[in-house]
Design a protein around this ligand. Structure first.
Ligand SMILES: CSC[C@H]1O[C@H](OP(=O)(O)O)[C@H](O)[C@@H]1O
Ligand SMILES: Nc1ncnc2[nH]cnc12
Length: 307
């Protein structure tokens, strides 16, 4: 199944992270089966609408770790997840993630609209697939600002309207996991300028950019990472019980933020530079492109290659 979104309309793809396995209740919700040429996405996709100022706004939701949280960060098929959202016709992607705090002022329970990412998953040997392109069709998209500022502001406003304390901007350090960091790593990430830490924003943000979709990342701060010294003077460790407790409290706020976002979107979606990022990114000459590789890119690159 694929869906077309009319020009100028919004269609928000939501990738729900830890603690957000279900979307806000959608009108006319249906579970749809969308096949990807990049393998299996994390799980079923739910599509439906939320009330906007000028009528219903379509939202399509996917739980990043699968229903029941069966997939660790390294086993998520990020390409399939983004490919199916593209096939659904989403115009923008809002990722929601549990994150640890690397700075005192970002307290558990707060939210952050992340605007920068340091990718440590690049150093791992597990080989998360980080591009739709490669041999047979080479593309280089710019990624200096991986987050769309307009969408990020709207997501931050929506979370605030839903009752959250929201920090606007911050650097997310993406680690491979699944273990949390060592204390030395945590101190190093702070020295690098990291504000928060998680395991999933990369390669997700890279792939969403290649799919020509503006991306925003709303993080729910669940814990202080292990750099912190507690009030008793003892070095603290990440406490999964605390993470689960904060996640449980924050899920409803995140869902309420989706409803608020629907109500605050301008009636008409203005074009974003990301919508056409592949115009100048694909470097392989048309006659040199591998037809099999191009067939897999039928959704991602259709706009520029004609599918
Ligand atoms: C349950 S804490 C660790 C886990 O939570 C975050 O996932 P997500 O970004 O999908 O919310 C973090 O990145 C880890 O995967
Ligand atoms: N401290 C932490 N480190 C990595 N990922 C996280 N997700 C939530 N808290 C985290």
């Amino acid at each position: 199944m694929t869906m077309a979104t009319p020009p100028g309309a919004w269609h928000i793809g939501v990738i729900g992270g830890s603690g957000l396995y279900e979307t806000a209740p959608l009108d006319d919700a249906q579970q749809i089966d969308v096949q990807s040429s990049f393998g299996s996405p994390s799980g079923p996709i739910t599509t439906g609408t939320l009330t906007g100022t000028d009528g219903p706004v379509r939202f399509t939701f996917l739980a990043r770790h699968g229903a029941g949280h069966t997939l660790p960060p390294s086993a998520i098929n990020y390409r399939a997840n983004v490919d199916v959202l593209k096939r659904c016709g989403v115009t923008d992607v809002l990722a929601i993630s549990a994150i640890g705090s690397l700075q005192e002022e970002y307290a558990p329970g707060d939210f952050m609209a992340v605007d920068q990412i340091i990718d440590r998953t690049m150093d791992s040997t597990t080989g998360r697939e980080r591009s739709f392109f490669g041999a047979g069709c080479v593309a280089h998209v710019p990624l200096a600002d991986p987050v769309c500022p307009q969408l990020s502001v709207m997501a931050a406003n929506a979370a605030e309207a839903a009752g959250a304390t929201v920090h606007r901007g911050g650097t997310y350090v993406a680690i491979e996991g699944p273990q949390f960091s060592t204390r030395a790593e945590s101190h190093m990430y702070r020295a690098w300028g990291g504000d928060v830490i998680g395991m999933t924003a990369m390669p997700e943000a890279r792939l969403v950019r290649e799919a020509e979709l503006p991306y925003a990342l709303l993080g729910m701060i669940t814990d202080y990472d292990c750099w912190r010294v507690g009030e008793d003077g003892a070095a603290q460790d990440v406490d999964i019980a605390q993470i689960l407790e904060v996640m449980a409290r924050n899920g409803d706020i995140a869902r309420a933020a989706l409803a608020q976002l629907a109500q605050s979107l301008p009636p008409q979606r203005d074009p974003s530079p990301t919508d056409t990022i592949l115009d100048t990114a694909i470097i392989t000459a048309p006659e040199a492109r591998n037809p099999q590789v191009m067939a897999r890119l039928d959704a991602i690159a259709k706009r520029v290659t004609g599918g």
